[in-house]
Design a protein around this ligand. Sequence first.
Ligand code: 0X9
Ligand code: ZN
Length: 431
Amino acid sequence: MARGILLIYGIYLLCWQADGNENNKYDDYLLLRLYPRASKEIDVLNNLEKSIEDIEFLKRSRSFNDTTDILVPPNKVPLIRDLALENGIVFEVKENYGRSFEPVDRTPRRRILRGFDVFEYHSYAAMQEHLDILVKRHPELISLQTLGESYQRRRVRLVKISSNPKAGNPIIFIDAGIHAREWVAPAMAMYLVHRLVNDPEARRDLAGVDWYILPVVNPDGYEFTRASKVNRLWRKTRSKNTVYGCFGVDGNRNYGYKWAVSGVSKNPCDQETYAGPKPFSEPETQMVRNVMMEYGKRIKLYVSLHSYGQYLVYPWGYTGDFLPKEWQKLDSLARIVSNAVESAGGQPFRVMSAGKWYPAAGGSDDFAFGAIGVPYSYTMELTDGYEFLFPERLLHTVFPQYYEGFKAFAAQIRNEFPPTRHKKKISSVAH
Ligand code: 0X9
Ligand code: ZN
């Protein structure tokens, strides 16, 4: 009898690993994509959260050519449909949302045989393994700095790419994956690393700038979203709140600049925007802060990769009431980058201050800009139209387009900021 049960359990496990067909609460959920066309309609939608339980906001809209996307259990659909009809809000529905989650390849053997494909979503371990391989192949260009450990003790490493590390070049610091479910962001960071070290033409992009890339800020959350389809939409870290027993802090509400003044939840059991018990409560955000403090004034550009919505936003994020005095520089570089992506066949970005989109404090972009003094600081929301489930088969189209945007970023930094350590004069070398 016991053997019979074990056998059934074994078969169940095999099936689960092979195609990820485990039960998923989102299987029957519906995605509602609503098209507000006036401020009143936007207000109605933003208040939905307060009036109807169990709905999950995937994206808010602040402008009229943008959608509000919410996930809704089937029994709540009539409520929202009535409300939308009452207020004249146009919407479309996608049924059985969870069934569209792509299965996760959890079989390491296939990966080893095939090598690392930059146009696929990988496990954290596979990414780390690939970085080690790149360092062995290109020690003259790439090195790794261990920053510490995540809450669940995964080693976190910063990738440094430089063709002249002694020059004191301005640094472009890019991170990704603070939000667990935004898989396209770490994949883009790995693509950047790949292009910068493997593409002979990228030597031009390395001239006069150093690239520091942190591909996965929140590896615990990332692995959690890969472990099961039920977890696929997890956003936060995985630290356990000792008082409430709930898991996770929103890393992008946890930075210590104007912490928690807007757009956060104080409830540790909130699934989305819990700001943490205090600023920098999370080892993951501490590690990013430490990189910013260590390289401080040399960092001239900070880009935090997220998804989705095709936004490129700059400080302030904590308020939409006013802009920093340097906003025009931030805005015009963002538009140059957006144009570069568009010229490469990509979608342009929606460019604005983060707080005009929706105010939310404790973001890494505000900390870099306000506390560290990084002159150009952005959050880049990659892709649009697939929510957090950007299909793997399309990665090869969008990554090269985004890369053109990063080239435009680098051109600006190279031209505006000279290296800090100039070559020694010949006379002093001779003596
Ligand atoms: O809300 C966020 O953290 C970001 N959007 S996401 O959908 N990826 O979660 C936007 C952050 C923009 N920056 C600040 N509000 N500081
Ligand atoms: Zn995000």
